[in-house]
Each structure stands twice: as C-alpha cells, then as structure tokens.
Design a binder for this molecule. Sequence first.
Ligand code: SAM
Length: 377
Amino acid sequence: MAVPTKTIWELDPHTLVKHEILNRYLNAWFAILGQSNKHVVYIDGFCGPGRYEGGEEGSPIIALKAALNHRKILEHKKIEFLFIDVDSRRITHLNSELKKIPIPPNFSVKTEINTFDERFRTLLNELEVKGAQSVPIFAFIDPFGFKGIPLELVERLLKNQKTEAFINLSVDAINRWLEHPDEQIPQHIIDAFGTDEVFDIVKKHGKRRESLRLLYQRQLERFAKFVRYFKMENSDKKTIYYLFFATNHPLGHVKMKEAFWKVDTSSGFKFSDATNPYQSVLFEMDETDKLVEILHQHYLHQKISVEKIKSYVEDETPFLETHMRKALKLLENEQKIRADSLKRDGEKRTKGTFPDEVIVTFQIPVSQERVSKPLLF
Ligand SMILES: C[S@@+](CC[C@H](N)C(=O)[O-])C[C@H]1O[C@@H](n2cnc3c(N)ncnc32)[C@H](O)[C@@H]1O
C-alpha cells in the first residue's frame, strides 16, 4: 500500500488485525497495571488522526477506550496518554475526535505535533532526571516505514523493567530500500536496527525478510527478556511487516501471546512465531501437536514438575498454559509421559489433569524404543 497523504485514509485489513491485538492487550494491561501502580503512561509515537475513512477507530481512541473500560480500577491512579504525530492535520483531526469522549479527571490526554524521535528522547531524559523510570510505560511505535524509530530509544525505554514496546517493523519497506544509494536512507535503517550488520543481509542469499526479522529480534533480546512477534503477510504470502512486542514482564508476555492467539485468523493472517526456528507455529497447524513435539524433545528422559513445564511454556515458547494442558493430556494418552498418580493432598489424580505439583516423567515412546534397540534376530 502506498503511504497515505490525506489526513485520514482507508483502513486496510492488516490494520484491523493490528488494532484487535492492541485492543485485547491494552484491556489486559490497564486492568493488571491499574491494580498495583499509581501512575501509568501510554505513548502512541505515530498516532495518526484517530479515525479511518470508513469511520473505524484509530489506535489513540482504541487505547483511550481500553483504559475507560477499566475506569473503576484506575479511579485513584494517574493515567497519562501522549499522542505524537508529525502531521499537524492529523493531530487536529485527532483533537476533534478526542473532544467527543468524556475524559475522567485522573486521565491526562495530550497530543503533540512532533517527530516521535525528538519527543520521545526528551521524555526519556525527563524521566531519567526525575528518577521516574519505574513508571510503567507502554509505547506503541507504528510508523509507515522505518524512518525515525532508532533502536537506541527502545533500549533506553526498556531499561525500566516495567516498560513495554509494541513496534511495527516494516520489513517490506526495509527490504526495498536496503540497497538504496541515497546516503540518508541507509542511516535510518542502521538506526532502526542499531547496527550496520543489517547490510550483511544484502550480501547473503536466502530469505531477506526473515533475516531482517531475526536480526531485529536478536537486537531487542539484548535488553528485553521476552520478545514476540506477529507476522503480517500479504495475499502473495510475502511478509509486509512484523509487529514486535518487547517486555521484561512475564505476565505482559503471556497476555500479549493470548492476544496473538485470540486474533481472528479466518482472513488468513498468520501467527508465525519462530523465536526458535524449530518452533515455527502456524495457525493452520494443530498447535497442540506442535507443542507435544517441543515438550517431548525438550524433556526427554527427565522428571519434572508441571509447574516447571508451565514456566518453560509460558516464558520460552509461543504457547499458553491451555496448550500445555492439552499437550500433556495427549502425551499421557500416548503413554509418552508418566505422571504421579497421587496429588499433594494424597488424593488420586484424575487421568488427564495436571495440578502444578505433579511430577511428570518423559519416557521414550514405545515405538521409538523398539526402533533404537538393536535387532537380536
Ligand atoms: C501507520 S500511521 C499510524 C496509525 C495509527 N497508529 C493507528 O493505528 O491508527 C503512521 C503515522 O505516523 C505519522 N508520522 C510519520 N512520520 C512521523 C514521525 N517521524 N514522528 C511521528 N509521527 C510520524 C504519520 O503522519 C501517520 O499519521
């Protein structure tokens, strides 16, 4: 899609999916953080006009309404919104949209005409001076291309353990501009990736978009404990962009995975989360089967509690606890695991249920055992 030049433009189907993820996540985020923090900050660095041509809501309105849904929990908290856009027409439009929404007195909603880069740098400086780095911040970084999203700023943001970044990485645009002779363009790409290694990708053969994704992921993993992404493909099955989520918060990580999994996939968008290349997950596949394989490989010959398996699944794979429970059930049915027959309270465990304390032994599947044994006759 060409970069829109009008104040408001038509919503494309990818944006609809992006908004659904954002909406689901923010509803969880405000509810969780509102309980334990006095102050919460939401920043939309490339906020747009707040509405699309067909009347659909833009990201600033989605975020504000997600917070309003949890008004009661957030009642005595300071909830700050900062909406930044370089285009004054779009900020004017957003202001007119915001006027239609009653804002509670504990909410501060500001719009600013500025570049994300400049405004965010100043904000981080201010927070560092104030010593307010422990305020939870969610930063949505959603540019049209790749200009003005220096990784250095994301790194500074994520020094605060309570901050999270949700970034649209337009690999389609980056791929097209990777060999551009203009001097400025390569510098924007280097800034976005925080390294000039990005240009080595041109020299290599293979899937460039995938290599760009992998490099960006590695760069984020230098300072974020959890990094996940959602792949947006076009109808030719080419990746247009990745929505990256980076956080240091285990619960935030789980909640974003839940949002990813719940997004409607009938339109053909994929949740292709190949943090580990062996864990590539497509919605078309039976997700439980994939996890069965991962768990079996990871824990073969080990005795381990369900609690530890759960931590592994939640922190290190794209899957959720619900997938784990289904996978363990399947493994037990296939006799690939043996689980304690008694629970902690001494009661008998019902087959197919897996309380946290139960110890599971991953054993060689009978068929494999047969294959690996030398034939005697
Ligand atoms: C993809 S649109 C944002 C859409 C919006 N986040 C949503 O989901 O409804 C990108 C926006 O970034 C603005 N923009 C472009 N360059 C910018 C920059 N350097 N800093 C801030 N905003 C910028 C554009 O005017 C445009 O409104």
